[in-house]
Design a protein around this ligand. Structure first.
Ligand SMILES: [Fe+2]
Length: 370
C-alpha cells in the first residue's frame, strides 16, 4: 500500500517573530498585501502591530464573519482588487485564515464563482499568502482547505495550492485572547492531536507530530488559561495547534462528527463541543481497543499509563480549564439528540475513528455526554 506524506509549509515561531514580516514580504515579492481579519480584531493589538510593521502598505479588510460565507469571500476579493493588492496576510482565528486562503481563487479566476470551484483545475500559483493565527486551535494556518458557507451549506474548499507560503506563530499576538477562548480553542487542538494519533489510518509522521502536540498541551494549556500573558505556554499552545493541524491530514474521528452538529444545531463553540464529547468517545474507543491510549499517556508523562488513567487525566485537564462535560448544562435538550445523531452520522470524520461506530453508537455517545 502506498501512503503520501507532505509537510511543506515554512513556519516562523517565537515571541516577536511577526517583526520579520516586512522582510518576508520582500522575499516573496509582495508590495501591497491585503490584511484579512474579522471586525472583532480590527482595532486589536495584533492588527495594530501588523499595520505598524507594514506602515503605508497596510490595506485592511476586516469583514470576515464567524462562520464565513461566499459574500465574505466576495467582499474580500473586491477589496483586494480595489486596493490593487498583490498578496494576502490573514490575521485571526480559523475564519479569517480560511477567507484569506480562499479569496485567492477568485483573484486567479474572477469569472468563476466559488460554487463552480473545480479541484482538478491547475490553480497554482495563487497570490502569495501569509497566515498569522491569533488563536491556538484550528490549525487552519497549515491546512489546504477553507470552510465557507455556499448556498446555505458549509462547504470544504480543498486544494493543495491553498497552502500558505509562510506561517508566523508569534505568541505575543495571542496574549489578549480571553481565558474561555484559550480553553475552547486549546480543547480543539487537543482533540485534533488525540483523534489523529489514535486513528487507524497509516501515517507515522502525523502520529509523531500529534503525540508531541499532546505533550505541549498537557504541559501548557492550564497555564495559558490561568495566565494569558505567560508567553512560553502561549507559544507551546500555538505550536500544538499547528501540529494538530498537520496531524489531522491523517484524519479525525467520532469526536469531530459529534461536535459539528453541536455547532450547527445548538450554536456551540467548536472547541467547547469537542471538549464535551472527547472523554465519552475516548472511553468508547478504549473499551473496544484496549491499550489504545498508552502512547497518549506516555506523551503526557504518565507512569505506566492505562486507558483509564489517560482518560482521567484528560477529564481533569478539561475540568480545570472550565470545560467539564455536560451537554445539558450547556443547553442541549434530550429531544435534540435524534437530529444531532442523524447529522453526526452524515459527517465523514467518524469513518476514520479509532474503532468503527454506528449511528446508534453516536446517539448513545451524545447521551453519555449529556
Ligand atoms: Fe476541530
Amino acid at each position: 500500500m502506498t501512503s503520501a506524506f507532505s509537510f511543506p509549509t515554512a513556519i516562523l515561531f517565537g515571541p516577536g517573530s511577526s517583526s520579520a514580516l516586512p522582510g518576508k514580504l520582500r522575499e516573496l515579492c509582495v508590495g501591497r498585501p491585503l490584511v484579512v481579519t474579522d471586525p472583532g480584531l480590527a482595532e486589536s493589538a495584533p492588527i495594530k502591530a501588523i499595520a505598524g510593521l507594514l506602515q503605508s502598505e497596510a490595506h485592511v479588510f476586516s469583514g470576515v464573519t464567524a462562520n464565513p460565507t461566499e459574500a465574505d469571500v466576495e467582499a474580500a476579493a473586491e477589496a483586494y482588487v480595489a486596493m490593487n493588492c498583490d498578496g494576502v496576510i490573514a490575521v485571526g482565528g480559523g475564519s479569517a485564515l480560511d477567507v484569506g486562503k480562499v479569496l485567492r481563487l477568485r483573484i486567479k479566476r474572477p469569472e468563476k464563482r466559488l460554487a463552480e470551484f473545480q479541484p482538478d483545475f491547475g490553480w497554482a500559483p495563487l497570490p502569495r499568502f501569509i497566515a498569522i493565527p491569533t488563536t491556538a486551535g484550528t490549525g487552519s494556518e497549515v491546512g489546504r482547505s477553507g470552510v465557507i458557507i455556499l448556498n446555505g451549506r458549509k462547504r470544504v474548499i480543498f486544494h493543495p495550492a491553498l497552502l500558505a507560503d509562510l506561517v508566523i506563530l508569534d505568541p505575543e499576538l495571542t496574549v489578549g485572547l480571553p481565558a474561555t477562548l484559550t480553553a475552547a480553542t486549546g480543547a480543539d487542538a487537543l482533540t485534533h492531536c488525540i483523534e489523529s494519533a489514535t486513528s487507524p489510518v497509516f501515517h507515522p509522521m502525523c502520529d509523531a507530530i500529534a503525540l508531541e502536540g499532546i505533550r505541549f498541551i498537557h504541559q501548557s494549556l492550564r497555564i495559558a488559561v490561568a495566565n494569558g500573558s505567560e508567553l512560553e505556554a502561549r507559544g507551546h499552545m500555538l505550536l500544538a495547534a499547528t501540529m494538530g493541524g498537520i496531524a489531522f491530514q491523517k484524519d479525525l474521528g467520532a469526536v469531530h462528527s459529534l461536535a459539528h452538529p453541536l455547532s450547527t444545531i445548538c450554536g456551540m463553540h467548536h472547541g467547547t463541543a469537542n471538549a464535551m464529547c472527547l472523554p465519552a468517545v475516548m472511553a468508547f474507543n478504549a473499551e473496544r481497543k484496549p491499550g489504545l491510549f498508552q502512547r497518549v499517556g506516555e506523551a503526557m508523562g504518565l507512569n505506566d499509563p492505562t486507558d483509564d488513567s489517560v482518560i482521567q487525566t484528560i477529564q481533569t485537564l478539561l475540568r480545570e480549564i472550565g470545560l467539564a462535560p455536560g451537554l445539558a448544562a450547556r443547553g442541549v435538550k434530550a429531544l435534540q439528540l435524534e437530529r444531532l445523531a442523524d447529522q453526526a452520522w452524515e459527517d465523514d470524520c467518524h469513518r476514520t475513528n479509532a474503532v468503527p461506530v454506528t449511528r446508534d453508537d453516536l446517539y448513545h455517545l451524545y447521551e453519555l455526554a449529556m
